[in-house]
Design a protein around this ligand. Structure first.
Ligand code: AMP
Length: 284
């Protein structure tokens, strides 16, 4: 596996593969890779002749008071994981390589970015869509792999690809969890042992919400309040949001009739964690 840091280099290698008629899969990440990322890479390796993993902590998707500077990074470990997983190239550009001086062009999917995480992170999805579009143009993959852990991101990327008519298949992959249920995340590394124990409350709330819907509860407010009530019993947890939304439009619903996404963001101490489940629609 080769590691590239310039757009020119990765373009050259991918163009060579394309000339040979090989299919290309892309797994966009911010690095500090774990088994969640690994599952995306495994899927990409199974479905494509060549796989590119990008590792880029994208500055424009972080708000002014967010964790851009402290976001965990470990390129050496990431390289080993990608190599073991069978990826063919790791693309690790510096911010200056991706954002030239005077950069001012953005991709936005405002209708799907308004609620859920978009409420507290108003510029996050615009930054994400912009970098993902850039990666799509640079790598020109046949398929790109995203985790359902970031369900709103996945829905937004699907809409962006449809609206801008990118010739790329978006593949959604299930959430990979720790044995106690906590969704794997690079940000879990911020948690001290006490917070780590408390963080299981997110997946417990997911289980409760899912069970209520499976047992026929159709009031979004009833599900949200039961989940909130459970989370509030954990002293280290502070709720950002718990919302049942339409699975396509990402708009909050009152009644659970069509397919829905039930998503949440919860601070455990100062660490903001997310989790979710779909009901009535596999989406992947
Ligand atoms: P990140 O590096 O956090 O930006 O994540 C890169 C990709 O990996 C995104 O598509 C995430 O949804 C996906 N991902 C992160 N954690 C998990 C997980 N626990 N299970 C499945 N996919 C994940």
């Amino acid at each position: 596996m080769q590691v590239f840091s310039t757009v020119e280099e990765i373009r050259k290698i991918v163009k060579g593969w394309r000339r040979e008629g090989l299919s290309v899969g892309l797994v966009p990440t911010m690095g500090f890779l774990h088994e969640g990322h690994r599952s995306l890479i495994d899927c990409a390796v199974r479905e494509n002749d060549r796989v590119v993993v990008s590792v880029f902590v994208n500055p424009i998707q972080f708000g002014p008071n967010e964790d851009l500077a402290s976001y965990p990074r470990n390129l050496e470990a990431d390289t080993i994981l990608c190599e073991k997983a069978g990826a063919h190239a790791l693309f690790h550009p510096a911010p200056e390589e991706m954002y030239l001086p005077g950069f001012c062009t953005f991709v936005d999917v405002p209708d799907l970015s308004r609620f859920l995480c978009g409420k507290t992170r108003p510029t996050h999805f615009r930054g994400m869509c912009t970098v993902v579009s850039k990666l799509f143009h640079i790598v020109m993959p046949d398929r790109a792999y995203f985790g359902q852990k970031d369900a709103q991101q996945l829905a937004i990327v699907r809409r962006m690809v449809r609206d801008l008519q990118f010739d790329i298949q978006i593949v959604g992959c299930p959430i990979i969890r720790e044995p106690d249920g906590l969704a794997k995340s690079s940000r879990n590394t911020y948690l001290n042992p006490e917070e780590r124990r408390a963080a299981v409350v997110l997946s417990r709330a997911v289980a409760l919400g899912r069970e209520m819907m499976e047992h026929g509860e159709r009031s979004a407010a009833a599900v949200e309040s039961a989940m909130k009530c459970l989370i509030e019993q954990e002293p280290l947890a502070r709720i950002d949001y718990v919302t049942v939304a339409d699975a396509q439009s990402m708009t909050p619903v009152e009644r659970i009739e069509g397919p829905v996404l039930c998503a949440m963001a919860v601070y455990i101490g100062t660490t903001r964690l997310i989790d979710n489940f779909f009901f009535g629609d596999p989406l992947c």
